[in-house]
Design a protein around this ligand. Structure first.
Ligand code: BDR
Ligand code: CA
Length: 312
């Protein structure tokens, strides 16, 4: 089991990841969600996290809004892929339950300081601005962290937002650099993995056929969300990036990785936001990341479908 905080920028795939996680309370003790600007501006990512909480009927989970913009770079968004509201394929509304009082960065500092040593897992599904700010203000919080599990980066097949960079890292490369140098154990689920764990019409139909509202919602989101990537990459299905983080937490045996040294190119230029992965160990630098490059796609969709079936 994990004592878990999820930092997120919903985001169509973030919403699916959040529903997946909130449907697994026996394994994931979710302390709070923290939101960050990313796929859409902060007001919308925060609203969408609240919607996911409403859909999962988990009013017990507090949601704190965090950084409204990246540390240094000009903000970028991905509304072309996630829709102008950030959850393509479904209608959004204003949920009744509000955000928690206070800022996500303060929440992270306070909670990690009070936590027993190496006790909290932080899942990160968006740009890493919130944790970078917390680490900068309070470097001692690494003590409370057990592991960071983050969706981000790209190596073998290049990026999705530039030829070299993946969106979450590109959206705040300076934050990613701070996080990767933090010394906390890190598992990364990059595009190398997520582009191998693809939807199919049958996989989406199974979710839709569950008979609950959550199954229909996930299927509606996927039907719309996968279109862009299928066309752009010529793939037979689309990736569900952030949901792989939740599957990794629930069933790590579905995945295979290698411990490697990973650094971020944070200089503006062609490689801005690129994760530089020393796959063969040529640099002889210490490994800071468990880089997940392989996964069991059918196992992933079976687990996702089973957990979504538990929701209203
Ligand atoms: C990542 O970027 C975002 O658009 C998705 O939500 C995911 O976290 C994929 O590169
Ligand atoms: Ca995301």
């Amino acid at each position: 089991t994990h004592t878990l905080i999820i930092d997120t920028d919903p985001g169509a795939d973030d919403v699916i990841a959040l529903l997946f996680a909130m449907a697994s309370p026996e394994q994931l003790k979710i302390q709070a969600l923290t939101t960050v600007a990313g796929n859409v501006p902060l007001s919308k990512t925060s609203r969408n996290a609240r919607l996911a909480r409403e859909w999962a009927k988990r009013p017990d989970i507090a949601i704190y809004a965090g950084a409204p913009r990246p540390l240094l770079r000009t903000p970028i968004y991905a509304a072309d892929i996630h829709g102008s509201e950030g959850i393509t394929g479904v209608k959004v509304h204003e949920p009744s339950q509000p955000l928690a009082e206070g800022n996500a960065v303060d929440y992270l500092i306070r909670t990690l300081r009070a936590a027993p040593e190496k006790s909290v897992t932080l899942a990160m599904l968006g740009p890493e601005t919130n944790l970078a700010l917390a680490l900068t203000q309070a470097p001692d919080i690494t003590r409370g962290l057990r592991e960071l599990v983050l969706m981000g980066g790209a190596h073998f097949n290049g990026g999705n937002i530039t030829p070299t960079a993946e969106f979450n890292v590109f959206a705040d490369p300076h934050a990613a650099e701070i996080v990767l140098k933090s010394g906390v154990p890190i598992t990364m689920l990059p595009l190398d993995l997520t582009h191998k764990v693809l939807t199919s019409p049958e996989r989406i139909a199974k979710l839709r056929g569950l008979g609950n509202q959550a199954g229909r919602t996930v299927a509606d989101i996927l039907d719309a969300y996968v279109q862009h990537d299928m066309q752009y990459y010529g793939l037979p299905g689309g990736p569900v990036h952030d949901a792989t983080v939740v599957a990794y937490l629930l069933q790590p045996s579905l995945f295979k990785g290698r411990k490697v040294n990973v650094e971020v190119d944070s200089r503006e230029g062609l490689g801005f936001g690129q994760t530089v992965v020393d796959w063969y160990g040529g640099l002889k630098k210490p490994a800071n990341v468990n880089w997940i490059a392989e996964g069991d796609a059918q196992g992933f969709f079976d687990l996702l479908t089973q957990r979504i079936s538990r929701l209203p």
